[in-house]
Design a protein around this ligand. Structure first.
Ligand code: PNS
Length: 165
């Protein structure tokens, strides 16, 4: 890996899971700077506000010095250009993720040829994990402790159980 390279980890992060955190941590070991950016996925309706999601990512990544947290409402290709990022990091859980991610990576490459999409294979223990699953289990009173970073577990639990003011 070259020195001084910025990578972007984009996603909905609604909310961030231990699977996301694992990908971000591994990326932080490969790049000089990693920007975790909360973006809009037009096919999803988020449960947490952009500010809430950013705050949860900030807490979860507080111990990783070369990680920054941001939000952007436009195209990922424009964001990578704005930040002069050379890499877009995506986690791949299963073949079912691949077709969609492949299409996005080709489109992003077309829109900004300077940024490469790099796929990191998820750890096998997180293959089943998704933010939607966390929300479903949490909203029905199930235990989400092992699915989300420990520092934000209580925040997420409270919000999903509807016990927030
Ligand atoms: O966590 P997700 O929902 O799988 O992340 C998808 C996300 C937000 C990274 C993707 O929808 C995205 O890049 N949105 C920003 C708009 C954009 O650039 N779309 C892709 C054009 S190919």
């Amino acid at each position: 890996m070259k020195e001084g390279i910025t990578a972007v980890c984009p996603g909905s992060f609604d909310p961030i899971t231990v699977g996301h955190l694992d990908i971000i941590t591994r990326a932080s070991e490969m790049f000089t700077k990693v920007i975790v950016v909360v973006m809009t996925n037009t096919s999803k309706t988020p449960s947490f506000s952009v500010e809430e999601r950013m705050e949860m990512i900030r807490k979860a990544t507080a111990a990783i010095p070369n990680v920054e947290v941001d939000a952007y409402g436009g195209l990922l290709a424009d964001y990578t250009r704005l930040k002069q990022a050379k890499a877009i990091i995506k986690g791949l859980r299963a073949m079912s993720d691949f077709e969609y991610e492949f299409q996005m990576s080709l489109t992003n490459k077309k829109l900004n040829p300077d940024a490469e999409t790099i796929f990191l294979t998820t750890r096998s223990e997180y293959m089943y994990l998704s933010s939607s699953m966390v929300k479903l289990i949490g909203s029905m009173g199930g235990d989400i402790r092992e699915f989300v970073p420990a520092v934000i577990h209580e925040d997420i639990k409270r919000r999903l159980s509807g016990k927030d003011a």
